[in-house]
Design a protein. Structure first.
Length: 278
């Protein structure tokens, strides 16, 4: 891998940039795509733009579409994990921090710098979409492009079904009198069930969900772990996602923190990020 493609996750520098800001799971005017009228269940122009970026990345890198999708989810998960790391947690989670750094480099070596810029732009666009409307964008793209045939035949529950199930389970909102509520998702897939819960709670007028939910999620597939962590991490949720088998209690790896992580990327400065390529 060329030294020019090395991504430096130096935390103190990142904390001084405007790229990392607190997320309250709100649709701020500064991050919402104003020219785009969001359509329930997908289909917005911004979403179409995001999906086309995968085709562009595959063409420019000469890699298969399912491969660049897997690369984007893994590299995005590494960026979200390490960008969202607070200095107070760095010592505690240093092995995971270094693991993400290594994993990122192992995939980045397949891309030239212009393609890395494109990946960062894709991450920014995904963040803008999630700030505009929480939804399972990665899961929907995975299904539309029939990428399941290259992995394990996964089918991700449509977001409106997830939101309905959340409404049945949580009714008028979270239980009162508790500082936070633990939510367990034993087969999280792309994180759609949790995103459906967020949509339902937001409609109940609840905010600051990053500090009110402790999410413990598991999936047997590493791609799903990356998809879920990427989307839920951008939403600023406190989440621990385990790569393992919920039925046998087998644990292969775990990402995330019970401690609250405040992270949002709609204001990601692409030029600033490029400064970390050495």
């Amino acid at each position: 891998m060329s030294d020019q493609l090395a991504f430096d996750f130096t935390l103190p520098t990142l904390q001084q940039t405007p790229a990392v800001q607190q997320s309250s799971l709100s649709t701020s005017e500064s991050t919402a795509p104003k020219e785009d009228k969001f359509m329930y269940g997908g289909g917005s122009a911004k979403e179409a733009e995001f999906f086309k970026m995968f085709d562009q990345l595959a063409a420019e890198s000469n890699r298969a579409l399912h491969t660049v999708f897997d690369d984007f989810c893994l590299m995005g998960r590494c960026i979200v994990h390490n960008f969202g790391m607070r200095e107070a947690l760095l010592a505690r989670y240093m092995p995971k921090y270094e693991q993400c750094h290594t994993e990122y480099h192992e995939r980045a070596k397949y891309y030239k710098q212009p393609q890395i810029v494109l990946i960062l732009s894709m991450l920014k666009t995904l963040s803008e979409l999630l700030a505009w409307q929480p939804d399972d964008y990665l899961g929907r793209y995975f299904g539309q492009m029939r990428l399941d045939k290259h992995f394990h035949g996964q089918f991700f529950t449509p977001i409106h079904v997830c939101e309905f199930m959340a409404a049945v389970a949580f009714g008028d909102g979270l239980p009162q009198g508790k500082p936070y509520v633990t939510v367990a998702e034993p087969a999280c897939g792309s994180g759609a069930m949790i995103i459906g819960l967020i949509r339902h709670l937001q409609k109940q007028g609840m905010t600051d969900l990053g500090g009110r939910l402790a999410i413990l999620a598991t999936d047997i597939d590493s791609l799903c772990v990356n998809m879920a962590y990427l989307q839920l991490g951008i939403l600023g949720l406190s989440v621990r996602i385990t790569h393992g088998n919920s039925l046998t209690d087998e644990v292969r790896s775990s990402n995330g923190f019970i401690d609250r992580i405040l992270f949002v990327m709609p204001n990601l400065q692409i030029n600033t990020c490029l400064g970390y390529f050495k």
